[in-house]
Write a protein that binds this ligand. Structure first.
Ligand SMILES: Nc1ncnc2c1ncn2[C@@H]1O[C@H](COP(=O)(O)OP(=O)(O)OP(=O)(O)O)[C@@H](O)[C@H]1O
Ligand code: SF4
Ligand code: SF4
Length: 296
């Protein structure tokens, strides 16, 4: 089984649209949405959820009801301002404190120093992940709660589950919509993959981000290909990306023009390939053929 991960140096380059189009073209595959911080592949895939599980990315302090004696030690010691006094600040008797689950960084300090052991450490529920069925095949995806961290851990979990399903159902391909950027979630998206496709735009920030992301894939020793999306919005930049990629030994396998069909397809909750044929679809198909060839 081979694994293709589609990433981008920054958000909004068209990574998800391209991944969705590949889902229309691929056979015998499992789809994984690892863009967990801004998951939107499900909008086009319309998955039917078969299995839903909570995701816990870490632990959090919780003050046990009725056990706090109001000494304020935890309030003074929490460096993240996660503990607040219940009721008015001039309260002198029956003082109690609460932990704000969004601000708690799980450092354990308050648990250690509470003189009466009134604080416990509990698994924090940071989101949910799902195993679903789509019109194209199985899909593993997730929903991370607002302001929740540890998305790298969730990405690793999703890839692992998607691989398990692919092996169980004897699928020969795993297509991953990876995280944008170069941080922890994208590292978790690409580590150990067979091939990475970087979707970029011909803009200054696009070039800058492409450079950083290619440095990352090169550090991991992963075979990397480039797609310049909306290539005709700046032909000079497109040429520069081609030259710089070539100098680094990375092939630009597709130059996809700006085409409103992408947005129209998204509005219809369809992939580009489902929405339209013609030249634009042919360009995406040709890119997909190159990928399959490169995967070997
Ligand atoms: N070639 C194209 N021509 C015109 N519009 C496009 C093209 N490719 C993508 N788009 C549009 O650009 C927007 C961003 O695309 P998409 O959501 O696929 O990007 P993304 O990189 O996955 O973004 P995010 O990181 O926010 O999920 C969408 O409105 C999409 O319809
Ligand atoms: S340290 Fe313990 S007893 Fe003191 S205020 Fe915090 S929770 Fe209450
Ligand atoms: S675990 Fe750390 S961050 Fe969380 S409330 Fe306690 S002291 Fe603050």
């Amino acid at each position: 089984m081979k694994e293709l991960v589609v990433i981008s140096g920054k958000g909004g380059t068209g990574k998800t649209s391209i991944t969705a189009a590949f889902a229309s073209l691929a056979q015998d595959f499992v789809l994984a949405d690892c863009d967990v911080d801004a998951a939107d592949l499900h909008l086009v895939m319309n998955p039917k959820i078969n299995n839903k599980q909570d995701f816990s990315g870490g632990r959090q302090a919780v003050i046990k009801a009725g056990e706090c004696i109001g000494c304020g030690v935890c309030f003074d010691m929490c460096r993240f301002g996660a503990i607040s006094l219940n009721g008015p600040a001039n309260e002198t008797i029956n003082k109690t404190y609460t932990v704000d689950p969004v601000s708690c960084e799980g450092c354990n300090v308050c648990v250690e120093f509470c003189p009466v052991g009134a604080i416990e450490f509990k698994d924090a529920i940071n989101g949910q992940w799902f195993i679903s069925e789509t019109r194209f095949g199985p899909m593993v995806h997730a929903k991370l709660g607002i302001a929740q961290e540890n998305s790298g851990k969730l990405v690793t979990l999703i890839r692992k589950e998607a691989k398990r399903i692919a092996e169980e159902q004897i699928k020969n391909l795993l297509i991953v919509d990876g995280s944008p950027g170069i941080g922890c979630p994208v590292i978790a998206s690409i580590a150990g993959a067979d091939l990475v496709l970087v979707v970029t735009e011909p803009t200054l920030s696009g070039i800058h981000d492409l450079d950083r992301v290619m440095q990352l894939t090169s550090n991991f020793g992963i075979k990397t290909l480039v797609c310049i999306n909306k290539a005709d919005i700046n032909l000079e930049m497109t040429e520069r990306i081609e030259e710089e990629s070539q100098a680094k030994g990375t092939k630009v396998i597709g130059k996809i023009p700006y085409d409103e069909s992408f947005t129209k397809a998204q509005i219809m909750r369809a992939t580009l390939i489902e929405y339209t044929g013609g030249e634009i679809a042919e360009k995406v198909k040709s890119m997909y053929r190159e990928i399959i060839y490169a995967l070997g």
